[in-house]
Each structure stands twice: as structure tokens, then as C-alpha cells.
Ligand binder design. Structure first.
Ligand SMILES: Cc1cc2nc3c(=O)[nH]c(=O)nc-3n(C[C@H](O)[C@H](O)[C@H](O)COP(=O)(O)OP(=O)(O)OC[C@H]3O[C@@H](n4cnc5c(N)ncnc54)[C@H](O)[C@@H]3O)c2cc1C
Length: 333
């Protein structure tokens, strides 16, 4: 039986991060990873604050979340409101509409906001997420959520018995095509050059009887009045332009991690994602990362939230060590 934590349910939603305070932990980002990190840090008794451009992160761009355990079907906006309310009940200060422009990692971690303030903490938890890489063609923006998707794990089940196009040639695209082949009637995988995916995935792709492969083919337009009806594609070797019919198009050409504020201070992988250990440890002690911005696989809400919890618990261990070391030093003096 657990002890209950005393909550102040009347906490003011306007409490913001104070630049004059040295925090135990500052979280950058208020998506699932950042909000859950702050919740866990606060419940461990850390003095924690959140700095973020937009509370809710990518989930706000998700019309309907259907794969979050226990919540069946909830709009992205409603889910993030629940997250935010939960964190605010613990009186965690949240400064939204602050873009972190730069961090510096000296004795204290300093976070430079675009509001001109420098915020300081003993530890940092980076949860700045990613942006899906876009095709940049006509119809993509207009038909987003109406057949255009950037997440096959999230939206694949809507296409049972239908025809879908997967765009891309890396592991994400080939993995998505293999998974979709079990759900959809036909999968067309379209890649503007050759495949870059691992052989084991490509073998699985070639085993599927309902997958058509179009290499050296670029998509130039997504077609449809109110929902996706197909794409226009050009064979880059022959120059032949043709129409491909489809009910949905999954753009799986990668993510752009939001690490601009780090100025190369942390180790990243070839995709620019922050390299982390199993509990969110980065290459710099006292700096942790969680969620989509890390090199962890499977960019999903529940995974980002779990990452946030792990990073906060690890930050708490770090703070415990720091406090016992400084206590030891005081005893010696
Ligand atoms: C269209 C779409 C649909 C999706 N559907 C689903 C779904 O149905 N189910 C599912 O499980 N997953 C879904 N996902 C994936 C899911 O949204 C992500 O895995 C999840 O949001 C990642 O959480 P995060 O906290 O790591 O990052 P994000 O949600 O991206 O949050 C990042 C946070 O960092 C802030 N930030 C970034 N840079 C800075 C900066 N320099 N300064 C200050 N703040 C900054 C942002 O404002 C934001 O608050 C979907 C993703 C997309 C794009």
C-alpha cells in the first residue's frame, strides 16, 4: 500500500520557472517525455521546472490516439490536457512559449531562453522531440489526417483491406510496409533511390505477396479532393510519369530531432538523435534525455512517457549522489 502525496488542487496554472532559482532539475520540452519526467522528478522531491515552446508537443497534431493503454480513444489535445493538469496539480512551474536557444554545461547547467533569461539547474532532462520529415509536395499538407500519415504504427490499423503507399527506403519504411502488408489489401512501397534498409527486413519484404516495390520513383503530388485517392509518381530513370491509386500514404522518410540548442555538446548518432543509455544518461554527467529526441527506437507516446520517468529517476539518483558528496565535503571541512 503506497503513501499518498499531498496535492494542492488549487495550484495556479500561471506558475512559471524562476531564473533566480537554482533548480535540482530543469526539463526542456513539454510533450509526453518532458511532462512525465517532471511529474516523476517532483514526486521524488526534486525542485523541478519545465521550459517549453508548446505544451503538448507532437501529440497536439494527433487527431485521435487509439493505442494508449487504458484510454481507448482520445484526441491528442484531450490526452495532453490530462497530462498537463496532472503535472500542474503538483505545482511544477511551467514556462511555455519559451524557446531554448542554447544550453551551457558547466558546474551548473544553464539554459538560455529566447525571453533573454538564463535558467539554472544541477541536472537537465532534454525532451525536445522531433519533427517528421515531410515530402514537400502538393496535397501533402491539405490531406494530412485524411489519408496522409507520418506514423504507420499509429494509423496503420485504419487501412484494413485497403491499398496504401509507403514512402521511403530505410528501416522505418520497410518495417512499416511489412507490418502494413498484414493489414492492408495491397502495399506499394515507393522510394526515390534504392533501399537502405537492413537485409533481414528486406528479406521479409520480399516474402510478402501483396507488396509492390517501386524504386527510383519520386512522388510529385498527392491526389484527392477530400481524402487521399492516390499519388503522381515519376520514374527517375525513364522520366515516365504515372498515377498510383491508394487510400492512404505513409511518409516514413525519417524524423528531424530538435537538438539545435545543444550546439554539439552531446554525442548524437548519424541521424542527429541524442545517444542515451538505458536510463536516459547522455554523454555528459547530469544531463539526461528522453523521448523521440533520443536514439531509442519506436517513436510513440507511451514510450516517450516511460523514457521521461526513467530519466527523472536517474536524475534523482544523480542528485542524491551530489548531495551526499557535498555533505561529505562539509563534514571534512
Ligand atoms: C502526426 C503524428 C501522429 C502521431 N500519432 C501517434 C499516436 O496515435 N500514438 C502514439 O503513441 N504516438 C503518436 N505519434 C508519436 C508521438 O506524438 C511522439 O512519439 C511523442 O509525442 C514524443 O514525445 P516527446 O515528449 O519525446 O516529444 P514531443 O511530443 O515532440 O514534444 C517535444 C516538446 O519539446 C518542446 N521543444 C522542442 N524544442 C524546443 C526548444 N528549443 N525550446 C523549448 N522547447 C522545445 C516542444 O515545444 C514540445 O513541448 C504521432 C506523431 C505524429 C507527428
Amino acid at each position: 500500500m503506497g503513501m499518498s502525496f499531498s496535492l494542492n488542487l488549487s495550484s495556479t496554472p500561471t506558475q512559471r520557472v524562476d531564473p533566480s532559482i537554482l533548480y535540482d532539475a530543469l526539463v526542456i520540452g513539454a510533450g509526453p517525455a518532458g511532462l512525465n519526467a517532471a511529474l516523476y522528478a517532483k514526486r521524488k522531491g526534486l525542485n523541478v521546472g519545465i521550459l517549453a515552446e508548446r505544451i503538448g508537443g507532437q501529440v497536439l497534431d494527433t487527431p485521435m490516439v487509439e493505442n494508449y493503454l487504458g484510454l481507448n480513444q482520445l484526441s491528442g489535445e484531450s490526452l495532453m490536457k490530462k497530462y498537463e493538469d496532472h503535472v500542474r496539480e503538483y505545482e511544477v512551474p511551467i514556462s511555455d512559449e519559451i524557446r531554448v536557444e542554447r544550453v551551457s554545461l558547466g558546474e551548473y547547467k544553464e539554459v538560455h531562453g529566447n525571453d533573454g533569461h538564463v535558467y539554472r539547474a544541477h541536472t537537465l532532462i532534454l525532451a525536445t522531440g522531433t519533427m517528421p520529415r515531410k515530402l514537400g509536395v502538393k496535397g501533402e499538407k491539405e490531406l494530412y489526417g485524411r489519408g496522409v500519415s507520418y506514423c504507420a504504427i499509429c494509423d496503420g490499423s485504419f487501412y484494413s483491406g485497403k491499398t496504401v503507399i509507403v514512402v521511403g527506403g530505410g528501416n522505418a519504411a520497410v518495417g512499416a510496409a511489412v507490418d502494413l502488408a498484414r493489414i492492408a489489401k495491397t502495399v506499394k512501397i515507393v522510394q526515390r533511390s534504392g533501399f537502405r534498409a537492413d537485409k533481414v527486413l528486406l528479406d521479409r519484404l520480399h516474402d510478402q505477396l501483396n507488396v509492390e516495390i517501386l524504386l527510383q520513383t519520386g512522388i510529385t503530388e498527392i491526389l484527392g479532393e477530400t481524402v487521399v485517392e492516390g499519388v503522381m509518381a515519376t520514374n527517375r530513370l525513364t522520366g515516365v510519369v504515372h498515377r498510383l491509386d491508394a487510400d492512404g500514404i505513409f511518409v516514413e522518410i525519417g524524423h528531424i530531432p530538435k537538438t539545435g540548442c545543444l550546439n554539439g555538446l552531446l554525442e548524437v548518432d548519424e541521424q542527429g538523435e541524442i545517444m542515451v543509455g538505458p536510463q536516459g544518461e547522455t554523454s555528459v554527467p547530469g544531463v539526461f534525455a528522453a523521448g523521440d529526441v533520443t536514439n531509442g527506437p519506436f517513436k510513440q507516446i507511451i514510450i516517450a512517457a516511460a523514457d521521461g520517468a526513467k530519466a527523472a529517476l536517474k536524475a534523482n539518483e544523480y542528485m542524491n549522489r551530489l548531495k551526499s558528496e557535498s555533505h561529505g565535503m562539509a563534514m571534512i571541512q
